[in-house]
Design a protein around this ligand. Sequence first.
Ligand SMILES: Nc1ncnc2c1ncn2[C@@H]1O[C@H](COP(=O)(O)OP(=O)(O)OP(=O)(O)O)[C@@H](O)[C@H]1O
Ligand SMILES: [Mg+2]
Length: 350
Amino acid sequence: MADEIDDLERVVSAEADAIERSSEAALRPRNLDEFVGQRVVREQLSLVLRAAMARGGTSDHVLLSGPPGLGKTTLAMIIAAETGSTLRVTSGPAIAHAGDLAAILSSLDEGDVLFIDEIHRLARPAEEMLYLAMEDFRVDVVVGKGPGATSIPLTLPSFTVVGATTRAGLLPAPLRDRFGFTGHLDFYEPDELKAILVRSAGMLDLSVSHDAAAEIASRSRGTPRIANRLLRRVRDWAEVHGDGRATLTAARAALEVYEVDARGLDRLDRAVLGALCTRFGGGPVGLTTLAVAVGEEPETVETVAEPFLVREGLMGRSPRGRIATPAGWEHLGLKGPEHSDGGATTRLFE
Ligand SMILES: Nc1ncnc2c1ncn2[C@@H]1O[C@H](COP(=O)(O)OP(=O)(O)OP(=O)(O)O)[C@@H](O)[C@H]1O
Ligand SMILES: [Mg+2]
């Protein structure tokens, strides 16, 4: 029975994911001009692409890193669109064996853009094959098994790898070095998110007031994906309880229903900060212990909640683990330890 419920939940959430993904796709900017914010990355990338096109060749390999929902996949699509190339999509976890990668590489055409999402999760043998392909446009295909196996070198057409990762630190240096350009995406400013929201509302045919857009923007964790998602929830609220327009009242009410607090922390952020303060006395506590306490994978806590909490100054990292800052305690309405020095005092919770 419990299994059945689990299965059902999985089906329902898979469907919800599919709906979310397709509405995301509809709102994706199609070219660099439509892409809001990330001015530095945008300028650098624009230069790389224009220079490649002027030379009539393929662009250098591009690595995009940063927290989820900031536009890595969007930029990969834009790179292909701006250079008029065909986009081929795969991901680190989808490539279980080096042979899978060999098959993808040998099917590429001249000038293709190969997007490898979650590139930090490539298996080692595939990673090594990729070094060679990126540098020399060559792949060694192994034919046969055992002592009779032979390796046949295959020359590839020139192509561009666009890698995306939420954890650039996990990429081995030899792989990182083979990217001619690395763009690090950072959280967006509220006015940039507001511009994204106004554009999205236009595409959704939704009337949104400026103060509502500003309110949603300031509570979107610096993340366009979250801003767009909250906008759709505000639209739901407005359609059910209001006159269909996204007003400030609708925005505030919907954000309350979806448990997004005044500073934009969602349920996971609050769970992490809450566990850190109430169960571990403000830390320092190791990432794994903290993740177990909130029932999440350490990777989720590290890539999703932590970067935002750190940026907001609510949580800090020390060599001995995660610590709650005085602002973190205050945000939860809790009183921190006496003589708090940002949680760096020695405690025995690790
Ligand atoms: N700069 C931007 N301007 C406008 N919309 C954006 C921008 N960046 C992202 N978005 C919107 O946010 C959504 C999420 O972006 P995207 O899928 O590119 O994120 P990601 O970095 O690939 O995330 P993940 O790490 O989870 O794969 C997109 O569908 C797009 O609508
Ligand atoms: Mg992506």
